[in-house]
Design a protein around this ligand. Structure first.
Ligand SMILES: [Mg+2]
Length: 216
């Protein structure tokens, strides 16, 4: 049994959401009832962190934007956007309502989502660290994303694309794992996501069809 399965078996509390943890979800597209959620870090973007990246590889971030933290301190977000993101977001928008859900802080992540979607046409909803359910396991902290928090959304019609399997631990069946993105210009994983969703999109129960494929 792996760590994530063990966490789920032993700590079922976090699977149950309180009223405060639920959010009212309203689809913005007429007649739409399907939602796809994308993680941000190492799924759609890669951020340069102090030290490691600079020292260990020659990757250069292609975006630098000013951000302001909760105390009003200025910072700069240096990041690259995953290749083919626009094609992927265009594709999913034909069949889904689209959300970004990150364990990152809003002050840092929100301007990055603006850079991903400057005209506000691809990403209809944004959720940040406060919407995650935090789990502690010894020294480790995990931020999980419970997709049952969306009041008014059928859990069978939700998918999440995330590089961290433990992020979607509360709902494995809905999860589409993706390899970490660390800034490579040759990365083509989002094209694979398109191909996969193209096969899945006609299924009535997305959750069941997805579970069948990945067998979590
Ligand atoms: Mg991530």
């Amino acid at each position: 049994m792996n760590l994530v399965q063990e966490m789920i078996q032993n700590e079922t509390d976090y699977l149950t959401l309180t009223e405060d943890e639920m959010v009212d979800f309203k689809f913005t597209k007429p007649g739409m009832d399907r939602l796809i959620v994308f993680d941000l870090d190492e799924t759609l973007i890669h951020v340069q962190r102090e030290g490691l990246d600079v020292a260990e590889c020659d990757w250069v971030p292609d975006h630098n934007i000013d951000v302001v933290d909760e105390d009003g301190e200025k910072d700069v977000a240096k990041f690259s956007i995953r290749p083919h993101y626009k094609r992927c977001l265009e594709f999913v928008n034909k069949y889904f309502e689209v959300a970004v859900f990150t364990a990152g802080h809003k002050w840092f992540a929100n301007p990055i989502v603006d850079a991903l979607d400057p005209k506000g046409i691809y990403i209809q909803h944004r959720y940040f660290r406060r919407s995650c359910v935090e789990l502690e396991r010894g020294e480790d902290r995990f931020f999980t994303k419970n997709l049952r928090m969306f009041r008014g959304v059928d859990i069978n019609k939700v998918l999440i694309v995330d590089n961290n399997v433990y992020s979607f631990a509360p709902n494995f069946e809905n999860g589409i794992p993706i390899i970490d993105f660390f800034g490579s210009k040759r990365d083509a994983e989002l094209l694979k996501v398109i191909d996969y969703l193209d096969k899945l999109k006609d299924k009535q129960n997305l959750r069941a069809a997805n579970e069948k494929n990945f067998g979590f």
